[in-house]
Design a protein. Structure first.
Ligand SMILES: CC(C)(COP(=O)(O)OP(=O)(O)OC[C@H]1O[C@@H](n2cnc3c(N)ncnc32)[C@H](O)[C@@H]1OP(=O)(O)O)[C@@H](O)C(=O)NCCC(=O)NCCS
Length: 182
């Protein structure tokens, strides 16, 4: 699905939201490596990001062409700041009303309201597409993300204790959250 460009001002900065271009594949891989190192709250360690340019191009193309997927990039004063996305559940018909959500910003672009704007736009498109619920996983201790999701209507519906084990031997939980559109 293609996201029609949106431009607005936030906190004195020019924001642009748009779909990704295939020639931005390497930029997206570099971003994944950087943000994974900036926080404990994403899926993996930076050295575990091993996507090739070709794989990333395929990822971008799939999100742009599939009606069940959407990838929105955010730019702040012309600089890439991060992205958010949804993907419909695949497999059987019983699962197709559900969309999985993800979002991550570079640390320097967190905390001034951009995440809320991006998720508002993403959830609007997911609802318009006909999904009945949005789902996500947030790591225990990610209070900013948890607060944001809760304020957007997500409700905690489960927790996997010690779901993540870090290289330093510490653990964190995975918290499952759902927002119903019905
Ligand atoms: C999580 C993330 C997407 C949120 O986006 P953001 O632009 O930083 O968030 P916003 O500024 O839009 O909103 C944050 C909200 O949390 C609140 N907040 C900030 N720190 C908080 C804390 N420690 N505890 C509780 N609430 C907090 C803010 O006040 C704001 O709420 P409000 O709008 O009601 O005032 C972004 O911080 C990010 O990408 N972080 C790193 C990667 C990550 O954690 N991704 C999510 C994986 S599930």
């Amino acid at each position: 699905m293609i996201f029609d460009e949106e431009r607005f001002e936030l906190d004195g900065k020019e924001i642009l939201l748009r779909s990704a271009r295939e020639d931005e594949a390497d930029m997206l891989i570099d971003y994944l490596k950087t943000v994974s190192g900036e926080t404990r709250f994403l899926m993996c360690e930076p050295d575990e990001i091993r996507f090739t340019t070709e794989e990333e191009i395929k990822f971008i193309r799939e999100h742009n062409e599939s009606e069940d997927k959407l990838l929105i990039l955010a730019f702040v004063d012309g600089e890439y700041a991060g992205n958010c996305s949804f993907e419909g559940e695949t497999g059987t018909r019983r699962k197709k009303h559900r969309a999985g959500i993800g979002i991550a910003l570079f640390l320097k672009y967190t905390g001034f309201g951009l995440g809320r704007h991006m998720l508002d736009a993403l959830l609007k498109k997911a609802r318009e597409r006909g999904f009945e619920q949005a789902e996500l996983t947030v790591v225990g201790g990610n209070d900013r993300a948890y607060h944001l999701y809760e304020s957007l209507g997500f409700k905690e519906c489960g927790r996997i204790s010690d779901a993540n084990r870090y290289d330093d031997g510490t653990y964190s939980d995975d918290i499952l959250m759902v927002k119903k559109f019905r």
